[in-house]
Design a protein around this ligand. Structure first.
Ligand SMILES: *[C@@H]1O[C@H](CO)[C@@H](O)[C@H](O)[C@H]1NC(C)=O
Ligand SMILES: *[C@@H]1O[C@H](CO)[C@@H](O)[C@H](O)[C@H]1NC(C)=O
Ligand SMILES: *[C@@H]1O[C@H](CO)[C@@H](O)[C@H](O)[C@H]1NC(C)=O
Length: 150
């Protein structure tokens, strides 16, 4: 029987510090650099149970996103896989893709599929920014994952 699982995890984008988990790998020589259009970012971000980066690590979000909006609102197109490394989902993954209008209070992206416990996965995620440091770019975002699987 297909079942609906609701998971809540915190995703930590961290471009700052000695070990950044968020790396800008390419950017365009664009006339308006402030919007960053065309930038490509690769991430290996921590996923934790609680809102703080030092709360229990439950996996990594590995993938990339591109700054893909010329105008307003700012938007990134994301493609990443949540690889769980603890608890009942250890070894399973959920792949997420979609558009993220980062300044909106609530955003939504699609679940593209999954492995392990999440084989045949479909569903959606909702994201809410918990913390954002405009100076460093560090961000913590709460992900509510609604996944149908067997
Ligand atoms: C960046 O673009 C500007 C304006 O088009 C140009 O003058 C400059 O040579 C470019 N720089 C590089 C490194 O391509
Ligand atoms: C997760 O699974 C791996 C591989 O089976 C195992 O080595 C590791 O100890 C597990 N981690 C936890 C926190 O259960
Ligand atoms: C934001 O980042 C700056 C630069 O890394 C740092 O000095 C500052 O303490 C940070 N603020 C918070 C609230 O974490």
């Amino acid at each position: 029987m297909e079942k609906l699982t609701h998971l809540q995890v915190y995703w930590h984008d961290k471009p700052s510090g000695p070990i950044p988990t968020t790396i800008l790998v390419a950017s365009a020589n664009f006339t308006n650099p402030s919007i960053g259009f065309g930038s490509i970012i690769v991430i290996d971000d921590a996923l934790t149970e609680g809102p703080e980066l030092d709360s229990e690590l439950i996996g990594r979000a590995q993938g990339s996103y591109v700054l893909a909006s010329l105008g307003q609102p700012p938007a990134v197109i994301m493609s990443m896989t949540f690889a769980f490394t603890a608890g009942e989902y250890n070894g399973s993954t959920i792949s997420i893709a979609g558009r993220n209008t980062v300044l909106s209070a609530v955003r939504e992206m699609s679940i593209a599929g999954g492995t392990g416990v999440f084989r045949f996965a479909r569903g959606y995620v909702q994201m809410r920014t918990h913390f954002f440091n405009f100076t460093s770019g560090d961000a913590s975002v709460k992900y509510d994952i609604y996944v149908l699987h067997y």
